[in-house]
Write a protein that binds this ligand. Structure first.
Ligand code: MTE
Ligand code: MO
Length: 497
């Protein structure tokens, strides 16, 4: 078989396992490059090929698994889910690239363009965006081309190694370019740091003044506002294309665009949000100053419908249904803390429904449909009951050992539109209670407050905290898991000296 016996050891016969391994590894690298190519072109947007795969993973995961993941893994669950989607997407393109390469080799035509072109098809089907699909094909084709910069097929082990190394270098190059270009895309619809309205500046200053200034505790306006989405990749809705439809059991259907909303008198409201799926002392409760218009203005000139409920629908196919009276107090926000609504919080317009769990505060709002009959929203279909008013809670997020030897504890308390009247702290595991100091209330009917308590206690002890709402009702002591009605109980923490 060989003319030169000296390198016979090095030679590999056609279709040996080494050959197949090289083919598989190259295909895998091509798959990675396809995903990186798509990312380079469109960034972390719904046109990214992994986005629909991720939505598919979420849609096909049993809701019991998702509920378990929300309660035990939290955000890590989302990340693992997206990682799984990424792996599946890479595999899909790896298989496609491998098939393309085989076809090309059988027909003895160049493999790289065939593999690349063949990858464009699934990429287009997934993303619906030609530019994303084309870039995926280029990425895959580039790696196949790189792997074939030498004798093809490789005849010796060292040739085979070189081929693999070239494929790796190719994939790393595409990955690096993809990472840099992709991370710059997706957010350009938003220009932050524009001039801020005077009223907003004054209200934000008021919130800063009223914050208790406790070490390790966020102020009355959150610096990092939590985010909960059904999809890993948020929609990109441009302000100029956005439209809101008012439909269903209304006197007339109406359509609004952002200019319509902005031509109405703007209001600024502090509104706190809290997710029904968070832990009792979790971090999915935050406050911001929102600018927008009352939802009732959309009904101007027509009778407010006398129906049971309403469905809000969004650009990410999210939908939530709830009683119509709650909508009447609702708000449409297009700014958050004086800046255009960030993409992650519903750009360009979201609904804010005072006093209710976060889930009906629909982001990327597209339609308001008045219903004559009750039905279920996205989370209710998955067993949750999060369309009602929030539970009362006092959280404990700051524990400070002060220089003078005393201990300071603090947190936020929230009871929706009932308001917070009182927060009590126990430093002996619930035996005795003392009133905490509360931050001065901010203007608004759906805003949290901060609480703080400083005391002397030398040994190890347990701090418990509980709030009383504006109706005089004490926060329920009964411990409840987040699923399905939201977490319940009193937050307690053991503190060591
Ligand atoms: N369109 C859309 N709106 C949505 C969601 C979503 O996934 N899609 N998540 C909801 C949930 S469960 C919560 S708690 C709040 C969170 O709002 P935030 O991400 O701005 O904090 O948005 C709600 N609105
Ligand atoms: Mo939520």
């Amino acid at each position: 078989m060989t003319d030169d016996p000296s390198d016979s050891e090095d030679r590999i016969a056609a279709n040996t396992s080494a050959d197949v391994t090289l083919e598989g590894a190259t295909a895998l690298l091509a798959g990675i490059a396809a995903v990186a190519g798509s990312y380079a072109a469109v960034g972390f947007t719904p046109s990214f090929v992994a986005a629909p795969v991720s939505a598919f993973v979420v849609a096909t995961t049993p809701s019991a698994v998702i509920t378990w993941s929300i309660q035990t893994l939290g955000d890590l669950g989302d990340q693992l889910g997206f990682l799984l989607a990424l792996i599946l997407t890479v595999l899909l393109f790896a298989v496609t690239a491998a098939v393309g390469t085989r076809i090309a080799d059988t027909a003895t035509v160049p493999a790289s363009p065939v593999a690349g072109l063949l990858c464009v098809a699934p990429a287009l089907a997934l993303s619906g965006a030609p530019i994303s699909a084309l870039a995926a094909g280029v990425g895959a084709g580039f790696v196949v081309a790189a792997s074939r910069l030498g004798p093809t097929p490789p005849e010796t082990v060292s040739e085979s190694r070189r081929s693999l190394l070239q494929a790796i270098v190719g994939a790393v190059a595409v990955g690096a370019v993809g990472g840099v270009l992709g991370s710059r895309r997706g957010g350009e619809t938003l220009k932050q740091n524009g001039p801020v309205n005077e009223d907003v500046t004054a209200l934000l200053a008021e919130a800063e003044d009223k914050s208790l200034g406790i070490g390790g505790l966020e102020g009355l306006v959150s610096e990092e506002f939590y985010q909960v989405d059904i999809n890993s990749v948020d929609p990109v809705v441009s302000a100029s294309d956005w439209e809101l439809e008012l439909t269903g059991a209304v006197e007339e259907d109406r359509t609004f665009d952002l200019a319509d909303l902005k031509s109405m008198p703007a209001e600024h409201r502090f509104i706190t949000l809290r997710c029904v799926g968070e832990g009792l002392n979790g971090k999915k409760m935050d406050n911001a100053l929102w600018t927008g218009v009352p939802i009732s203005t959309l009904f101007e000139g027509m009778a407010m419908p006398d129906e049971c409920c309403v469905m809000l629908r969004a650009a990410d196919d999210y939908y939530e249904e709830f009683p119509l009276p709650a909508l009447e107090d609702g708000f449409l926000a297009y700014e958050m803390n004086g800046q255009p609504l960030p993409r992650g919080h519903g750009h360009p317009v979201r609904a804010l429904i005072p006093g209710h769990w976060g889930e009906i505060n629909v982001k990327w709002l597209a339609e308001i449909e008045v219903l004559e009959q009750e039905t279920e929203g996205y989370w209710e279909k998955n067993g949750w009951h999060g369309t009602g008013p929030v539970r009362t809670v006092a959280k404990l997020h700051a524990v400070n050992h002060l220089d003078d030897g005393r201990t300071q504890v603090g947190g936020h308390a929230y009871a929706g539109t009932r308001g917070i009247e009182r927060v009590e702290v126990s430093t002996d595991g619930g035996e005795s209670w003392t009133d905490a100091r509360l931050s001065e209330p901010l203007p608004g009917t759906d805003v949290w407050r901060q609480w703080e308590h400083t005391y002397e206690q030398n040994g190890s002890h347990e701090v418990v905290v509980r709030a009383t709402d504006g109706e005089g009702t004490l926060q329920s002591k009964e411990e409840m898991s987040p699923f399905p009605n939201g977490p319940g109980g009193w937050v307690s923490k053991r503190i060591e000296p």
